[in-house]
Design a protein around this ligand. Structure first.
Ligand code: GDP
Ligand code: MN
Length: 392
């Protein structure tokens, strides 16, 4: 689950990561103008009007603008509200007292799955695309992976100091940047984030370090231990993929993809293999969906209903390997699900293998549902599902 900037800054603030003075969350030109008026009257020399969308590069796209008067803020409000930034339409704007920037740096902490640790990246060259800096000037990007064992008591101060120093941050900000990094790591840990990125981290003209931007992804699987996770899903803010959100509520393991062959299988490994075999047959999977071990009629009905909600789905490939769950149970689940779901235009190609697969296939054939096709092998099922998607 991704947060928008102002939410990330709230999360930073409560974990001791310095942020600019608190701004105002606005949804109309009127609100933006009044917020600017208020912050300017309170002593801000300028305000910054910032689109709150879950994508980067807002500045370049015209979604971040400084104003020194309320009139100017109003003009910016008109151009930013409704602006399309890489497919994200701006409906929420954050009006923040502007910071005086001396320099811009980069700092982030994220999961490093390959190295099974926490990756910290720091660079003196911030405010720009860090991947670009990494390509053109890799020496300017300091990367360090720490294992969980090295960070059981948090990020050690001397490690943080080493990173900040290696990144060549100026001497006058090494102390505050070290503290900030220790707190950033603590925030990332305490809030179960998978990514906490600050770009730019700024040195102000009075030598403080402040997170001028935030990009935070929280681990949705940790929602059970964070009562406030649901509060982050604010009214009026763009949701993460709505189908993924619905799947999460229902406890279904679902990831939206870009293709047209809906996929439903039992066991994450089998579903991954299913995506591969769809691709090998020239198709594209519309989703990842793991119904889990049981594959009961309830689970299959709910899962299929979800897959059908994606308008891109032209055919569905159900790939089940019977283990403890026997083939006839799965087949009965599929038959019952198709009855409960009523009419649907897409064809379902069902491949059943494993325990009592033959019995399962017989049940499917006997049910004679016009849209259900039983396939003997994974390859045959994939080829059929891809063909059906193409001709649908
Ligand atoms: P992004 O483009 O989506 O990454 O949005 P950012 O929040 O990083 O803002 C983009 C750029 O706008 C920053 O790198 C700054 O140069 C500039 N900017 C943002 N906030 C302020 C501010 O308070 N004061 C000044 N002077 N510039 C700002
Ligand atoms: Mn940024």
């Amino acid at each position: 689950m991704d947060l928008v900037e102002f939410q990330g800054k709230q999360l930073f603030a409560r974990n001791g990561v310095p942020v600019p003075p608190v701004g105002s969350v606005c949804r109309t030109v009127e609100e933006i103008t009044r917020a600017a008026e208020k912050h300017l009257a309170d002593g801000a020399s300028a305000v910054v009007v910032k689109a709150q969308v879950k994508t980067g590069g807002r500045g370049k796209a015209g979604g971040v603008k400084l104003a020194t008067t309320a009139d100017e803020a109003q003009e910016h409000a008109r151009s930013i509200l409704g602006l399309d930034i890489k497919g994200h339409v701006v409906s929420v704007v954050y009006v923040e007292p502007a910071s005086d920037i001396a320099e811009e740096y980069y700092l982030s902490v994220m999961h490093d799955r390959v190295n099974k640790g926490h990756l910290i990246i720091c660079s003196r060259e911030g405010g720009v695309d860090i991947e670009e800096v990494n390509r053109t000037n890799p020496d300017a990007v300091i990367k360090r992976t720490l294992t969980p064992a090295e960070t059981t008591d948090g990020l050690p101060v001397e490690v943080a100091r080493g990173i900040v120093t290696d990144a060549d941050l100026p001497a006058e900000v090494v102390d505050p940047a070290t503290d900030l990094l220790v707190n950033l790591f603590a925030a990332y840990r305490a809030e179960d984030a998978t990514l906490a990125e600050i770009n730019p981290l700024i040195r102000t003209t009075d030598d403080r370090v402040v997170a001028l931007d935030s990009k935070i992804s929280l681990d949705a699987s940790a929602a059970f231990r964070h009562d406030d996770y649901s509060d982050w899903r604010l009214a009026g803010l763009e949701a993460d993929d709505p189908l993924e959100a619905e799947a999460q509520e229902k406890g279904i393991q679902y990831v939206k993809l870009d293709g047209e062959v809906g996929v439903l299988g039992n066991g994450a490994g089998l579903v991954m293999a299913t995506l591969d075999v769809v691709a090998q047959n020239g198709g594209r999977a519309a989703n990842f969906l793991d119904v889990g071990g049981g594959a009961s009629a309830d689970a299959i009905t709910e899962s299929l209903a979800l897959v059908f909600k994606d308008p891109a789905v032209k055919s569905v490939f159900i790939n089940i390997f019977g283990g403890i769950t026997r083939g006839e149970e799965v087949a009965n689940g599929v038959v019952e699900a198709t009855q409960r779901l009523g009419d649907f235009p897409q064809k379902l190609v069902v491949r059943l293998d494993g325990t009592n697969a033959g019995e399962g296939r017989r049940i499917l054939e006997q049910a004679q549902h016009p849209n259900v096709i039983a396939a003997a092998t994974m390859q045959e099922a994939a080829a059929t599902a891809v063909d059906l998607a193409r001709s649908a």
